[in-house]
Write a protein of this length. Structure first.
Length: 225
Protein backbone atom coordinates (compact mmCIF):
# COMPACT_ATOMS: atom_id res chain seq x y z
CA UNK A 1 0.00 0.00 0.00
CA UNK A 2 1.20 3.46 -0.85
CA UNK A 3 2.49 5.60 1.97
CA UNK A 4 0.27 8.52 2.85
CA UNK A 5 1.87 11.96 3.08
CA UNK A 6 0.10 14.98 4.51
CA UNK A 7 1.22 18.23 2.88
CA UNK A 8 0.59 21.25 5.11
CA UNK A 9 1.11 24.49 3.20
CA UNK A 10 -1.07 27.59 3.00
CA UNK A 11 0.11 28.67 -0.43
CA UNK A 12 -2.11 26.76 -2.80
CA UNK A 13 0.23 26.84 -5.80
CA UNK A 14 3.11 25.38 -3.78
CA UNK A 15 0.88 22.81 -2.06
CA UNK A 16 -0.58 21.64 -5.36
CA UNK A 17 2.83 21.38 -6.97
CA UNK A 18 4.22 19.31 -4.09
CA UNK A 19 1.12 17.11 -4.11
CA UNK A 20 1.44 16.42 -7.84
CA UNK A 21 5.11 15.57 -7.50
CA UNK A 22 4.50 13.22 -4.59
CA UNK A 23 1.66 11.50 -6.42
CA UNK A 24 3.92 11.06 -9.44
CA UNK A 25 6.43 9.40 -7.10
CA UNK A 26 3.77 6.92 -6.00
CA UNK A 27 2.59 8.41 -2.73
CA UNK A 28 -0.97 9.00 -1.62
CA UNK A 29 -1.31 12.67 -0.78
CA UNK A 30 -3.56 14.51 1.64
CA UNK A 31 -3.51 18.29 1.91
CA UNK A 32 -4.10 20.83 4.65
CA UNK A 33 -4.04 24.60 4.20
CA UNK A 34 -3.49 25.62 7.80
CA UNK A 35 -2.42 24.29 11.18
CA UNK A 36 -5.88 23.52 12.50
CA UNK A 37 -6.79 21.52 9.42
CA UNK A 38 -3.43 19.78 9.64
CA UNK A 39 -4.15 18.49 13.16
CA UNK A 40 -7.62 17.31 12.10
CA UNK A 41 -6.22 15.49 9.08
CA UNK A 42 -3.47 13.82 11.06
CA UNK A 43 -6.16 12.28 13.26
CA UNK A 44 -8.55 11.33 10.47
CA UNK A 45 -6.07 10.22 7.79
CA UNK A 46 -3.22 8.91 9.96
CA UNK A 47 -0.47 9.79 7.48
CA UNK A 48 2.92 8.06 7.41
CA UNK A 49 4.75 11.38 7.20
CA UNK A 50 3.92 15.08 7.40
CA UNK A 51 5.47 17.83 5.30
CA UNK A 52 4.92 20.86 7.46
CA UNK A 53 5.37 24.44 6.33
CA UNK A 54 6.78 26.70 9.02
CA UNK A 55 4.91 29.89 8.14
CA UNK A 56 1.17 29.22 8.34
CA UNK A 57 -1.72 31.50 9.26
CA UNK A 58 -3.16 30.89 12.74
CA UNK A 59 -1.35 27.93 14.27
CA UNK A 60 2.09 27.98 12.67
CA UNK A 61 4.24 24.99 11.84
CA UNK A 62 5.94 25.02 15.19
CA UNK A 63 2.57 25.02 17.02
CA UNK A 64 1.46 22.04 14.95
CA UNK A 65 4.72 20.22 15.64
CA UNK A 66 4.38 20.91 19.35
CA UNK A 67 0.82 19.51 19.39
CA UNK A 68 1.85 16.37 17.54
CA UNK A 69 4.82 15.70 19.79
CA UNK A 70 2.64 16.18 22.89
CA UNK A 71 0.18 13.51 21.70
CA UNK A 72 1.47 9.99 22.39
CA UNK A 73 -0.49 8.71 19.39
CA UNK A 74 1.50 10.91 17.01
CA UNK A 75 4.74 11.64 18.85
CA UNK A 76 6.72 9.33 16.57
CA UNK A 77 5.07 10.48 13.33
CA UNK A 78 7.90 11.73 11.07
CA UNK A 79 7.68 15.44 10.31
CA UNK A 80 9.75 17.30 7.73
CA UNK A 81 9.64 21.05 8.26
CA UNK A 82 9.56 23.22 5.16
CA UNK A 83 11.09 26.56 5.87
CA UNK A 84 12.00 29.65 3.92
CA UNK A 85 14.08 30.67 6.87
CA UNK A 86 17.60 29.70 6.07
CA UNK A 87 18.75 30.90 9.48
CA UNK A 88 20.18 27.94 11.28
CA UNK A 89 18.97 29.25 14.60
CA UNK A 90 15.37 29.05 13.44
CA UNK A 91 15.85 25.62 11.96
CA UNK A 92 17.35 24.32 15.16
CA UNK A 93 14.23 25.27 17.07
CA UNK A 94 12.20 22.92 14.88
CA UNK A 95 14.75 20.14 15.31
CA UNK A 96 14.87 20.57 19.06
CA UNK A 97 11.07 20.42 19.06
CA UNK A 98 11.29 16.99 17.47
CA UNK A 99 11.08 17.55 13.73
CA UNK A 100 12.67 14.59 11.91
CA UNK A 101 14.26 16.75 9.26
CA UNK A 102 14.00 20.09 7.55
CA UNK A 103 14.16 21.34 3.99
CA UNK A 104 14.90 24.94 3.13
CA UNK A 105 12.83 26.57 0.41
CA UNK A 106 13.30 26.67 -2.47
CA UNK A 107 14.03 22.96 -2.76
CA UNK A 108 14.13 20.59 -5.71
CA UNK A 109 11.57 17.86 -6.10
CA UNK A 110 14.40 15.33 -6.29
CA UNK A 111 15.74 16.37 -2.89
CA UNK A 112 12.27 16.28 -1.34
CA UNK A 113 11.54 12.76 -2.60
CA UNK A 114 14.98 11.53 -1.51
CA UNK A 115 14.47 12.84 2.03
CA UNK A 116 10.99 11.32 2.27
CA UNK A 117 12.23 7.95 1.03
CA UNK A 118 15.12 7.97 3.48
CA UNK A 119 12.84 8.67 6.43
CA UNK A 120 10.14 6.17 5.49
CA UNK A 121 12.77 3.51 4.88
CA UNK A 122 14.10 3.83 8.41
CA UNK A 123 10.90 2.26 9.66
CA UNK A 124 11.45 -0.86 7.54
CA UNK A 125 14.19 -3.45 7.60
CA UNK A 126 17.66 -1.97 7.69
CA UNK A 127 18.60 -0.71 4.23
CA UNK A 128 21.60 -2.28 2.50
CA UNK A 129 24.67 -0.70 3.94
CA UNK A 130 26.75 1.32 1.59
CA UNK A 131 30.14 2.82 2.14
CA UNK A 132 30.08 6.45 3.16
CA UNK A 133 32.55 8.44 1.13
CA UNK A 134 33.48 12.00 1.90
CA UNK A 135 36.61 13.68 0.57
CA UNK A 136 39.43 11.22 1.45
CA UNK A 137 37.31 9.40 3.98
CA UNK A 138 35.76 5.96 3.42
CA UNK A 139 33.55 4.45 6.12
CA UNK A 140 32.30 0.87 5.93
CA UNK A 141 29.51 0.65 8.51
CA UNK A 142 29.14 -3.15 8.38
CA UNK A 143 32.77 -3.61 9.37
CA UNK A 144 32.95 -0.38 11.38
CA UNK A 145 36.02 0.38 9.36
CA UNK A 146 37.23 3.93 8.73
CA UNK A 147 39.93 4.93 6.30
CA UNK A 148 41.39 8.35 5.65
CA UNK A 149 43.45 8.69 2.47
CA UNK A 150 43.92 4.92 2.51
CA UNK A 151 45.15 4.69 6.12
CA UNK A 152 42.94 2.97 8.66
CA UNK A 153 41.73 5.10 11.55
CA UNK A 154 41.38 3.70 15.03
CA UNK A 155 38.04 5.01 16.25
CA UNK A 156 35.84 4.10 19.18
CA UNK A 157 32.32 2.94 18.33
CA UNK A 158 30.91 6.28 19.37
CA UNK A 159 33.43 8.22 17.31
CA UNK A 160 32.71 6.05 14.28
CA UNK A 161 28.97 6.65 14.57
CA UNK A 162 29.43 10.38 15.00
CA UNK A 163 31.71 10.56 11.97
CA UNK A 164 29.36 8.41 9.88
CA UNK A 165 26.38 10.56 10.80
CA UNK A 166 28.09 13.80 9.82
CA UNK A 167 29.98 12.53 6.76
CA UNK A 168 26.89 10.91 5.24
CA UNK A 169 25.37 14.34 4.81
CA UNK A 170 27.97 17.06 4.37
CA UNK A 171 26.70 20.56 5.07
CA UNK A 172 23.80 19.39 7.19
CA UNK A 173 23.82 20.69 10.74
CA UNK A 174 23.05 18.25 13.54
CA UNK A 175 22.17 19.51 16.99
CA UNK A 176 23.82 17.91 19.97
CA UNK A 177 20.47 16.38 20.93
CA UNK A 178 20.17 14.79 17.49
CA UNK A 179 23.67 13.41 17.70
CA UNK A 180 22.88 11.90 21.09
CA UNK A 181 19.70 10.36 19.67
CA UNK A 182 21.25 9.01 16.48
CA UNK A 183 24.62 7.63 17.48
CA UNK A 184 24.82 4.27 19.13
CA UNK A 185 28.16 2.98 20.23
CA UNK A 186 29.26 1.39 23.46
CA UNK A 187 30.71 4.74 24.46
CA UNK A 188 27.98 6.75 22.81
CA UNK A 189 27.56 10.28 24.14
CA UNK A 190 24.60 10.72 26.45
CA UNK A 191 24.81 14.42 27.13
CA UNK A 192 25.45 17.55 25.08
CA UNK A 193 28.76 17.95 26.85
CA UNK A 194 29.74 14.38 25.97
CA UNK A 195 29.13 15.18 22.31
CA UNK A 196 31.55 18.11 22.56
CA UNK A 197 34.16 15.89 24.18
CA UNK A 198 33.75 13.27 21.48
CA UNK A 199 34.09 15.87 18.74
CA UNK A 200 37.36 17.07 20.25
CA UNK A 201 38.68 13.49 20.35
CA UNK A 202 37.56 12.81 16.80
CA UNK A 203 39.13 16.00 15.45
CA UNK A 204 42.41 15.04 17.05
CA UNK A 205 42.39 11.64 15.36
CA UNK A 206 41.50 13.19 12.01
CA UNK A 207 44.37 15.69 12.08
CA UNK A 208 44.12 18.40 9.41
CA UNK A 209 41.03 16.68 8.01
CA UNK A 210 39.38 17.38 11.36
CA UNK A 211 39.03 21.03 10.39
CA UNK A 212 36.20 19.94 8.14
CA UNK A 213 34.20 18.97 11.22
CA UNK A 214 32.76 22.39 11.91
CA UNK A 215 31.15 23.82 15.00
CA UNK A 216 28.01 25.83 14.22
CA UNK A 217 27.86 28.20 17.14
CA UNK A 218 24.78 27.79 19.30
CA UNK A 219 23.48 24.98 17.11
CA UNK A 220 25.69 21.93 16.79
CA UNK A 221 28.04 20.34 14.30
CA UNK A 222 28.37 19.64 10.63
CA UNK A 223 30.82 18.28 8.11
CA UNK A 224 31.83 21.06 5.73
CA UNK A 225 29.59 20.80 2.65
CA1 LIG B 1 3.51 29.32 4.13
Amino acid sequence: MANVILVVEDEESIRTLIALNLQAAGYTVEEAKDGTQALEKVKSVKPDLVLLDWMLPGLDGLDVLRSLKADPAFATLPVIMLTAKSEEHDIVLGLEMGATDYITKPFSNKVLIARIRAILRRGDAAPPEENIRYAGLVLTPGQRRAELDGAELSLTAGEFDLLALLAARPGHVYTRAQIVARTKGEDYPVTDRAVDVQVVALRRKLGVFGERLETVRGVGYRMRG
